[in-house]
Design a protein around this ligand. Structure first.
Ligand code: MV4
Length: 509
């Protein structure tokens, strides 16, 4: 593909976001000698991203619909401050093609993909079609919109129940319906269509074979505006609760070299198929036989990008900025390698003992973990109030170590050092997950939380000593497991023989 791009040095970036990701982006900008502009709502006057930026502009009242989502006010803030580029972060306007277009039409650089790529990938059907054309495996099903119930039933019969009806304009699990048997098909399809119409203004739906126990594995890609595209390996994101990711890691315990290359090359084909540039993520589900299938592509920097940064040494935000300036990628595929293992846990202000109810309030005390291999991406300090208007994620805790068992032990150590009082958080829920045999042996899938978590497993709350014991135990268990099989941890047999010794260790702790 011929693309002629003239280099344009960015001098001042407006970050159209808040919280940890706004800070994260500004840090890379600062290292590159680029000035930064924060935008903020009236609820965020004292926020750290505002304090960190060189300049800040208030864009409206607390609700995001009146501030962080106001394209007109954000463009006005660019004009006022003389910003020459906009980084959208994740969430908010990051996957809004209209915003990307408006930024470019104002003569500014959008640090992300083209509006056309955002639009194309916003349609799951268009994305699947592009993937299929380039030989990327899809879940058995249709890559065209269903026209009527009878046609839907015919297709469902062909692929076999259970099937999943998905909205083309959906994504992230919104507007999906499982159909177990033909008697239910008509009703579920009608519901799916009417949900899709009311949620997205687009009633197009399609069918896929329902994969009941998948792993969610995604591939980070980076492309420049000269046609170069690389993959930065996988992130395993199966530990999630109601489509909200809880733990992410890289690399995945079930992906071996051959599978890694096959998935990476498939991801690059998907991205190239739509002339993609900048950072993107290609999502796959993986079934119990380790077949992988393309699901969708996210056209933004993702929350979990730090685990990829830790294992590759690449600063993804810096690369995004360089690409937006028109530079070619600063490395080739051959120069990328995985170094060690990284895990991220998301710390939410939610109460795992009370159905994960958002638990916003004042951070009475807040002490971050420190020490070797620990990174905390956050935007809070002790004494701050967590606003009720936005996502309840307060921090991302990321660790890097030389292998998976040490990373798990390191994460449990870091969690034990993390002191947050005044609000309930998901930290001990994360500790529970990390110690679970199914997490330790790598066999977990997207049903992990549903399958194993009840509030009782947190009671009584773990003492520091217990966390230490658990950390040591996780490391030992993994070492034993590895001796038993030399398979690259790709052995997805559920908990074989592990559970018993786990119970003993719990009693002793
Ligand atoms: C699926 C699936 C099973 N079979 N598709 C959920 C989010 C959206 N990106 C697609 N999702 C799924 N699609 C088929 N054919 C199961 C899920 C799914 C899921 C996927 C990734 C991560 C977490 C998930 C939780 C529940 C369901």
């Amino acid at each position: 593909m011929m693309m002629s791009v003239s280099n344009r040095k960015i001098r001042k970036i407006l970050v159209a976001n808040r919280g940890e990701i706004a800070l994260r982006i500004m840090r890379s900008a600062k290292e590159m000698g680029i000035r930064t502009v924060a935008i903020y709502s009236e609820a965020d006057r004292e926020a750290l991203h505002v304090r960190y930026a060189d300049e800040a502009v208030c864009v409206g009242p607390p609700p995001s619909s009146e501030s962080y989502l106001r394209i007109d006010r954000i463009l006005e803030a660019c004009r006022q401050t003389g910003a020459d580029a906009v980084h959208p972060g994740y969430g908010f306007l990051s996957e809004n093609a209209r915003f990307a277009r408006a930024v470019e039409e104002a003569g500014l650089i959008f640090i992300g993909p083209s509006p056309e790529s955002i639009e194309l990938m916003g349609s799951k059907l268009a994305a699947k079609e592009a993937a299929q054309k380039h030989g990327v495996p899809l879940v058995p099903g249709t890559s065209e919109a269903l026209t009527d119930v009878e046609q839907g039933k015919r297709i469902a019969r062909e692929i076999g129940y259970p099937v999943l009806i998905k909205a083309s304009a959906g994504g992230g699990g919104k507007g999906m319906r499982v159909v177990e048997k033909e008697e239910d098909f008509a009703e579920q399809m009608e519901r799916a269509v009417s949900e899709a119409v009311s949620a997205f203004g687009d009633g197009a739906v399609f069918i896929e074979k329902y994969i009941g126990s998948p792993k969610h594995i995604e591939i980070q890609v980076l492309g420049d505006r000269h046609g170069n595209m690389v993959y930065l390996f996988e992130r395993e994101c199966s530990v999630q609760r109601r489509h909200q990711k809880v733990i992410e890691e890289a690399p995945s315990a079930v992906v071996d070299e051959a599978m890694r290359r096959a998935m990476g090359e498939a991801a690059v084909r998907v991205a190239k198929a739509c002339g993609y540039y900048n950072a993107g993520t290609v999502e796959f589900i993986v079934d119990e036989q380790r077949n992988f299938y393309f699901l969708e592509m996210n056209t933004r920097l993702q929350v979990e990008h730090p685990v990829t940064e830790m294992i590759t040494g690449v600063d993804l935000v810096k690369e995004q900025i360089r690409i937006a300036e028109g530079h070619p990628l600063s490395f080739t595929q051959d120069e990328l390698a995985i170094n060690g293992h990284a895990i991220e846990v998301r710390v939410y202000a939610e109460d795992p003992r009370n159905n994960f109810l958002p638990n916003v309030g004042k951070l009475l005390s807040y002490e971050r973990p420190q020490g070797p291999g620990v990174r905390v991406d956050d935007a809070f300090e002790a004494g701050m109030q967590i606003p009720i208007y936005y996502d309840p994620m307060i921090a991302k805790l990321i660790v890097h170590a030389k292998n998976r068992e040490e990373a798990i032990a390191r994460m449990l150590r870091a969690i034990s050092e993390y002191t947050i009082t005044g609000i309930a958080t998901t930290l001990d829920f994360c500790a529970f997950a990390l110690r679970h045999p199914s997490f330790v042996d790598g066999s977990f899938d997207t049903n992990f939380v549903k399958k194993y978590f009840t509030p009782e497993v947190l009671n009584p709350a773990l003492s520091e000593e217990e966390l230490q014991t658990a950390a040591a135990f996780a490391a030992q268990l993994w070492a034993e497991q590895k001796q038993q099989s030399q398979v690259p941890a790709g052995n997805i047999s559920p908990n074989g023989g592990v559970k018993r010794s786990w119970k003993i260790a719990r009693r002793n702790a």
